[in-house]
Design a protein around this ligand. Structure first.
Ligand code: SAH
Length: 505
């Protein structure tokens, strides 16, 4: 296919980046802003050997699920790749994506979507599976008798109201062509800024903060950061909020080293902070100093100008203190559902020793600690472990311990040197999934249950295959939509230990 050729294309799928995918002349063609089902006239803009990129010239017939994006900036921003796809269709696509990964990468035979009871109805002969061997083994046997590897592939948990869910926003501030300060997002891969108002997935009241700061900049003649010359003051406006508490934090990132903020400027900033503190729910105004030429948002030093250093939020019964820099799940409503599923799958009675690998600030660990005997968290980022310990103390949780280090080093070492044990292991690895040694050590530790929380279904399916090649049965997979309008999908899976029961197929 030559560059600039016009072809007709039907969109069948999305890439992880949110491009529509169609096939023409045996090649995959990737098209931005295309929706599954669309029949398009497409111009080829880039041609590689086995695939091509195209641009929409004309929508011949829109797909049944194509909708107008509610956000006028959706196409330019690129933060919400799927805003032009109706939400129920987004959910269907996410469910299919997980199912495909389990089948193609994991090699699992996945039952139709539904509860375990529905799946076991499909069992060819329930007589082959005696109930006496323990519930988990009976489930496994029923699944196998039905021709499936899983007891249940559950319907994706979506949001009732899939908007305004993000509790964190980080908007760069730059001058527009007229020299006016604007806050928004960078256009494509450039550093020119497009103004954004009322982000549909951010908090509704973020805009009043942005308006106040930009108005103050104009009034006080405070310049926006210019990355070419390194001049100007305001680099970013960042906002965080506690969903359950309504507490709000603003962090202004300044193009200064801490020591060189003069008295005059200091006073102006304090006046702005006083204004910000009058907004409903505002509990912290914080300055961050970053004079480096870098894309990293925060510099090392933070200074609380007004209010507290942290905001609080609760998930279930657990309180969390979140500082400007702390990692915290961005969709609190869905996080609660995800953790509730993880807790249910952990099946805790109060007697268990639980390991939480890749524990971050201990959100899952503390959630589990309420129902377990002991919880041990492992995490590579030392500051996250500091937060985890603080949050444990804040909640009076004394049965959680945290280790700093790589899961692939800490877990095998502790097993070798201290012969540690586990009744339940929960893992929530980053996108690349687990190192094989982590999976192997888990198999050696042989807990009754493994709960695998994942943000990447492909690496998850790869890891589940290894665990199920050992002594584990994949009982349930529960997709959760943590990021509506994006292509990402989280999952929580339950694996149960097989007890060597004969399965008559
Ligand atoms: N369970 C947490 C965070 C999960 S995100 C929550 O729900 O909030 C994955 C975490 O794994 C991150 O905190 C990251 O810093 C950590 N991580 C990445 N690689 C790691 C490794 N090799 N060993 C341990 N932790 C790691």
């Amino acid at each position: 296919m030559e560059k600039n050729t016009i072809i007709e294309l039907k969109i069948e799928d999305y890439t992880t980046e949110g491009f529509g995918v169609g096939h023409a002349e045996g090649m995959a063609v990737f098209v931005k802003d295309a929706v599954i089902g669309d029949e398009l006239k497409v111009k080829i803009v880039k041609n590689k050997k086995t695939y091509a990129y195209g641009r929409i010239e004309e929508i011949l017939r829109p797909g049944a699920d194509r909708v107008a994006a509610p956000c006028p900036s959706a196409r330019a921003c690129g933060g919400c790749q799927l805003q032009m796809t109706a939400y129920p269709a987004q959910l269907r696509w996410k469910e299919d994506k997980v199912r495909n990964c389990l089948q193609r990468i994991g090699g699992f035979k996945v039952p139709p979507t539904g509860e375990p009871a529905e799946a076991s109805k499909n069992a060819a002969d329930t007589q082959t599976c005696p109930a006496s061997e323990g519930a988990a083994d009976t489930q496994a046997c029923l699944a196998e008798a039905g021709g499936y590897d899983l007891d249940a592939f559950l319907p994706v948990i979506g949001m009732e109201e899939p908007w305004h869910y993000r509790n964190k926003a980080q908007l760069p501030v730059r001058a527009d062509k007229e020299g006016r300060p604007v806050a928004g997002f960078f256009a494509g891969r450039t550093h020119s800024i497009i103004e954004q108002k009322d982000c549909r997935i951010g908090q509704k009241d973020n805009q009043e903060v942005v308006d106040l700061v930009l108005g103050w900049m104009q009034q006080q003649k405070i310049a926006a950061y210019n990355e070419t010359t390194g001049s100007g003051l305001i680099r970013h406006i960042c906002m965080r909020s506690g969903y359950a508490t309504g507490e709000r934090m603003v962090i202004l990132v300044l193009n200064r080293r801490e020591s060189v903020l003069g008295k005059h400027l200091g006073r102006k900033l304090e006046a702005l902070a006083d204004q910000l503190m009058k907004l409903e729910g505002m509990t912290s105004v914080i300055l961050n100093y970053n004079a480096e030429k870098t894309n990293v948002i925060y510099g090392r030093s933070f200074e609380t100008l007004r209010g507290r250093d942290v905001i609080e939020d609760t998930i279930g019964e657990v309180r969390y203190q979140i500082s400007a820099r702390s990692f915290y799940q961005v969709n609190p409503i869905q996080t609660q559902k995800l953790y509730a599923a993880a807790l249910e799958y952990a099946g805790l009675t109060g007697k268990e020793k639980v390991w939480d690998l890749y524990c971050g600030i201990g959100t899952i660990s503390l959630f589990l600690a309420q129902k377990a005997k002991e919880v041990y968290g492992v995490e590579i980022v030392p500051e996250a472990i500091e937060d985890a310990r603080k949050n444990a103390a804040l909640n009076g949780i004394t049965n959680a311990q945290f280790y700093v280090g790589k899961a692939e080093e800490v877990l095998p070492k502790l097993r070798r040197e201290q012969g540690i044990e586990a009744d339940v292991i929960v893992i929530d690895p980053p996108r690349k999934g687990c190192e094989e040694i982590v999976l192997q050590t888990m198999l050696d530790m042989a807990p009754e249950r493994i709960v695998y929380v994942s943000c990447d279904p492909a690496t998850m399916a790869r890891d589940l295959k290894i665990l199920c090649g050992g002594d584990y049965h994949l009982s349930r997979v529960q997709p959760v939509d943590m990021f509506p309008h994006t292509t990402s999908v989280e999952n929580v899976c339950l694996l149960t230990k097989k007890h060597g029961m004969e399965i008559k197929g």
